[in-house]
Design a protein around this ligand. Structure first.
Ligand code: HEM
Length: 128
């Protein structure tokens, strides 16, 4: 079975949810709930991809340009590292550390860019 569309649909939904969470960034409670869901769902997506990889791996081996796969992995792994930083700085903001706000803001927009590039490069990683 070709699982790529299932993963890509989830990836688009996760990204849409992240955009909604950023749009609602001033509604603190809603923002935290949405972003927590985004991070958990994205990690579950990575697990799904990993668990079915043995099936995909062979197809990918033939079709993928390794350079493109590396660029995709850079953004995908970068997104996970940024998620960890978002949780750390987000929790500090919640505990009243207002000085951390510019950092959370800059890292937040960087996370969005990384996540968009992860989605875009996923098309190269599986289909060519
Ligand atoms: C991918 C994850 C996340 C992104 C992209 C993100 C992005 C943002 C952005 C852009 C802001 C606005 C900052 C400003 O304009 O000054 C913000 C505010 C905030 N974020 Fe996040 N965030 C994420 C995750 C989290 C998490 C996990 C937490 C909590 C544990 C959190 C807690 C907060 C808080 C408390 C605010 C301030 C809300 C207010 O105005 O009262 N964020 N976030």
């Amino acid at each position: 079975m070709n699982t790529a569309p299932i993963f890509q649909i989830q990836s688009i939904l996760i990204l849409s949810l992240m955009i909604l969470g950023i749009y609602l960034r001033r509604k603190r409670k809603t923002h935290v709930k949405i972003m927590s869901a985004v991070i958990i769902w994205d990690i579950l997506l990575i697990l799904q991809i990993e668990l079915t990889r043995s099936a995909i791996a062979k197809a990918v081996q033939v079709m993928t340009n390794p350079w493109m796969l590396k660029v995709h992995l850079f953004f995908a792994i970068g997104s996970v590292v940024l998620y960890i930083l978002m949780i750390i700085t987000g929790r500090k903001l919640l505990s009243g550390d207002i000085k951390i706000r510019p950092k959370h803001k800059t890292l937040g927009w960087t996370t969005l860019v990384f996540r968009i590039l992860t989605l875009v490069t996923s098309y190269w990683a599986v289909s060519r």
